[in-house]
Design a protein. Sequence first.
Lengths: 68, 212
Amino acid sequence: MRDVTTAGFVVCGLLLAALVVQARIAPRTVARLSTVLDLVMTDRAARFTIVLFWWWIGWHFLVVPPQP
Amino acid sequence: MAERERALPAGRSAPSARVLALTRLAWVAVLVVTAVFHVVRGAPVDAWIYGLGAAVLVLDQVGWLRIPLRLRTDRETLSRRILAGVLIAVAALTVAVTPLYGPTDTAIVVGLGVLVLPVVWADRAAATGAPPLSTTHALRRAAILWSAVIAAGCLWEIAAFFLGRDLPGREQDFPALSDLLDPVLAWQPARGVLVALWLLGGYALVRRGRTR
């Protein structure tokens, strides 16, 4: 079961990578993430939320030890 | 509030105030749901982080928080990129050679948050160019697909958490993403690489939403 759980995360990562590749190959079909973020992050609420999630990743992995 | 009607690509009709308010409410809801999840998983500090974030956004939305910051619109220069690259390399190396969860890591992460917050908060200048209308569908499709995959990943993480918690003796069967990454982080070279990637991601993020 552990392998299935791990595979779920791997599949998500592969799908994100596929989106990056697809946007490189055919940006008129699926826009690049940078283009989407440029549009979305013109709004402060979106910018604040997205960057907060990014910052929290560092907090979670570097500052807070794993729970027993 | 100051940037309520700003920074939309020229040529595109501005969304109504109602749509803007609902969109911002959605971002607040994301933060609140995340805070609640951290309460459930027994991480009060994390819950406070997201809860405070949601509160700040609400205060800004209702106009009770006025912080007059404005981002300059000048283009990024090569020297700034080099400086950012050097800082990222130094920070990644420092984290790699110092003990994990130590005071150095805390200082770097907290200091980074303090440094980035005003940049993120600052108003951005109005855009002067517009993406071609032909890209609208591509933008919408990309937004939906990225959101769907990220939401699926989050749901998978939440499901793993609850299954691991509620099925005694099965914790090893349902590892959270951090359970899988923690052993990697324990190895110093990998920690340095992952921290460099994380910092590069942050550098890329804070540059988004600017006009070019």
